[in-house]
Design a protein around this ligand. Structure first.
Ligand code: ASP
Length: 361
């Protein structure tokens, strides 16, 4: 803040300048600061991608593309697309309908980054608010902070008019109850000991009780060449209350560099945090690697860290990335199925299959 003016005055001036500039730019798209040649140099290849490939993910891409193709900002596009996914009750890893923590409470994490202004915002352990990515955007745009957590994040969201809602759907509650009853045979949950017979619960029980990964990454470049991204999640299912994953951590679950592109992560957040994977991927792209190669590099880097301390451990991760010039890629650690992502650009909607970093089968 420049010295000699109060914080309030500075805030008012920045706000007015920001809002005025925005209005001016909307009315006169070619009149702002730079010349036409500067605009041409900065122009990007509009694209929006998401780690979700289901119907909701595809529809979200269409919503984001509507904004991008009309000349709107990458930031607005990623927010609109993410909100659509956050409100889907069928998605048990994001927003409404997300699987709860071990006490049955849905706690959401989300981050947003705007390459154009080198700004970031995030919320973590946010309860009862369906659109955590929009709250993260307000943290980014309307505070001098980057991250708000728990009750502070909730209070902040309510101050902006977000209404508290019960995010635990019946489907998620039933899954949580099943987990609580079956995850241990040494506690008091479930039927009385003399009636406990696990077998009647079906062969797929292990699958149903497995920890669930999911999360959504949405990344975009707009026609002006600006890059933005969001990562939003209900986090690791049945997590310890208060556990925060990689999704709201800038440089881990999300990173954006307006000169390069953007990257997002899903999967075991603990590894993404330790490796600063989002940042690493974008820095690899800056060094000339394609988004696909950079995602692969990050997974090899993480496995290498474990190998260096004598551990043969391959964490379950999926990375997605885009470059400013419209390239994209995704990679997962292991498994039998190629990772996929939804991509929307001038060519239309495409489901892209990426690579598996370690073929173990
Ligand atoms: N990365 C998320 C987390 O660790 C989980 C996920 O992607 O499913 O919270």
């Amino acid at each position: 803040m420049p010295s000699g003016i109060t914080r309030r005055l500075f805030f008012q001036q920045s706000f007015l300048a920001g809002a005025g500039a925005l209005l001016w730019q909307r009315l006169n798209p070619f009149a702002s600061g730079g010349s036409a040649s500067r605009r041409a140099r900065q122009a990007g290849t509009p694209i929006i991608i998401t780690s979700k490939t289901n119907e909701t993910g595809q529809k979200a891409m269409e919503l984001g593309w509507e904004i991008l193709s009309a000349g709107g900002s990458a930031l607005d596009a990623v927010e609109k697309a993410t909100n659509y996914i956050e409100q889907d009750p069928e998605d048990t890893s994001v927003g409404y309908g997300g699987l709860p923590n071990e006490r049955g409470v849905v706690q959401l994490d989300a981050s947003i980054m705007d390459g154009k202004t080198y700004s970031a915002g995030s919320v973590a352990s946010l309860e009862n608010i369906m659109y955590p990515s929009s709250v993260a955007r307000l943290v980014m745009e309307r505070t001098d902070h980057v991250m708000l957590v728990g009750p502070g994040a909730l209070e902040f969201a309510k101050s902006w008019g977000f209404e508290e809602e019960n995010l635990l759907t019946e489907k998620a509650r039933e899954r949580w109850l099943m987990w609580r009853e079956a995850h241990s045979d040494r506690d008091d949950w479930g039927p009385p000991d003399h009636l406990k017979g696990r077998e009647e619960q079906g062969a797929s029980l292990d699958e149903q009780l497995a920890y669930t990964y999911g999360t959504v990454n949405v990344l975009a470049v707009d026609a002006a060449g600006d890059v933005a991204g969001i990562t939003s999640t209900s986090g690791l299912s049945y997590k310890i209350p208060g556990r925060i994953g990689d999704s709201p951590i800038i440089g881990a679950g999300l990173y954006v560099d307006n000169d390069v592109g953007a990257a997002g992560a899903t999967g075991r957040g603990e590894d993404v945090i330790k490796s600063c994977a989002g940042y690493y991927i974008v820095m690899r792209m800056k060094e000339g690697r394609t988004p696909q190669q950079a995602c692969e590099d990050a997974l090899h880097m993480i496995a290498g860290r474990y190998r260096a301390v004598g551990l043969d451990f391959l964490p379950g991760e999926k990375f997605v990335a885009i470059s400013k010039d419209g390239e994209y890629g995704c990679c997962t650690t292991t498994g039998s199925r190629q990772p996929r992502m939804s991509v929307m650009n001038e060519a239309g909607l495409n489901i892209y299959s990426g690579s598996i970093a370690f073929q173990t089968e």
